[in-house]
Design a protein around this ligand. Structure first.
Ligand SMILES: Nc1ncnc2c1ncn2[C@@H]1O[C@H](COP(=O)(O)OP(=O)(O)OP(=O)(O)O)[C@@H](O)[C@H]1O
Ligand SMILES: [Mg+2]
Length: 334
């Protein structure tokens, strides 16, 4: 759950009182785990500022941000990065242009996975998995695995960034245990005991299994390798049950720079990824039809405030025309 509480943000680039801009005017917002929220609003209404404050790229003048109950208002952008995947409007951002598609994927995939017993680099299965994911985009990226990302089209780059942003950046076991306590509500000591006991049990079981496999003379070396890997994976998945944070996907007009056909494709893939991985997602768009079509909740910003917040049935029933009319009214457009 992500909570913005009374967030206020002003800008004044000249110092003149008349140039003061209230970008966010005491905004409060609660986003539940698994919600897919589309966000609309005129230029300058505060949409991107909201995202910047969520990621820590900007500090609010007043107000607090809570992630899963913990106050992260003062956590810096770098620290927070592991809780978010972000895709911007500009296809030039989000990927390393001088690196190949595979290298980009590898970096995103390995982020936070330093304690893995497996070597750096993709295994055959991992590579196959990514090729499969890239094929789903139907943009031919899978044929450019070793090409520099800088040579790809905007659509291809956005699709790749999306895949990288939604990849599970697996946290280490240490991090999982630490975060379990950090995000625990109520008794922190009890939470610590719970996670440490769970971790110890899983580890003891793994060490015993490892010993038994090593001592089993009937196994071929191939079988032994397989079984050791299996035993580690069981251990790993038992520890990951304590993983309390799932990345939130933040999309800031991520299809705005794409041609209509590619934009549609990238949006459909976005929707599919969000549903399949049950991610919490926030998507800013200027396209009202898309804002209604995708997601289960819709928020409209005007003049730094949330002026419409609909979900479920109410959102499903809303027509583009109704939304357009509300938009006109809220922005005093004749
Ligand atoms: N870094 C900044 N310095 C000064 N003013 C800023 C800064 N960032 C945002 N603003 C101002 O805050 C207001 C809100 O901007 P924001 O980028 O959140 O709008 P937006 O809703 O994302 O608009 P758009 O649809 O154009 O992307 C605008 O008036 C903008 O000029
Ligand atoms: Mg913006």
């Amino acid at each position: 759950m992500l909570v913005l509480k009374n967030i206020h943000k002003e800008f004044n680039t000249t110092g003149n009182p008349e140039d003061l801009v209230v970008a966010l005017d005491d905004v409060s917002l609660t986003i539940e785990e698994g919600e897919f929220v589309t966000i609309i609003g005129t230029n300058g209404s505060g949409k991107s500022t909201t995202m910047n404050i969520i990621t820590g790229a900007m500090m609010p003048d007043r107000g607090q941000i809570f992630l899963n109950g913990a106050d992260i208002t003062h956590m810096n952008e770098h620290e927070r990065a592991r809780y978010y995947g972000r895709v911007f409007q500009d296809p030039m951002m989000g990927t390393a242009t001088e690196m190949s598609v595979l290298e980009n994927l590898e970096v995103a995939y390995r982020k936070g996975k330093v304690h893995s017993p497996f070597k750096w680099g993709f295994s055959k299965q991992e590579k196959e998995y990514f090729i499969n994911e890239l094929k789903k985009f139907d943009l031919g990226i899978e044929e450019k695995l070793n090409k520099k990302v800088g040579t790809m089209s905007g659509g291809q780059r956005q699709a790749l960034t999306l895949l990288m942003a939604t990849m599970r950046n697996l946290p280490s076991h240490n991090r999982i245990r630490k975060e379990y306590v950090y995000f625990a509500e109520g008794d922190k000591h009890k939470a610590k005991e719970e996670v440490e006991t769970g971790y110890k049990l899983a580890k003891d079981k793994y060490l015993k299994a490892k010993l038994a496999i090593k001592n089993d003379k009937s196994l071929t070396s191939q079988q032994r390798k397989e079984q050791l890997k299996q035993a580690y994976e069981t251990f790993d998945s038992e520890v990951r049950k304590f993983d309390v944070t799932k990345p939130i996907l933040l999309l800031d007009e991520h299809t705005a720079a794409l041609d209509p056909k590619t934009a549609k494709k990238v949006l459909e893939i976005t929707d599919k990824i969000v549903h399949e991985s049950k991610m919490t997602a926030l998507m800013i768009t200027h396209n009202m039809a898309d804002a209604l079509k995708y997601g289960n909740r819709l928020i409209m910003f005007a003049h730094g405030k949330i002026v419409l917040d609909i979900s479920g049935e109410e959102k499903a029933k809303m027509q583009v025309n109704d939304l357009y009319n509300l938009f006109q009214v809220q922005n005093n457009i004749e």
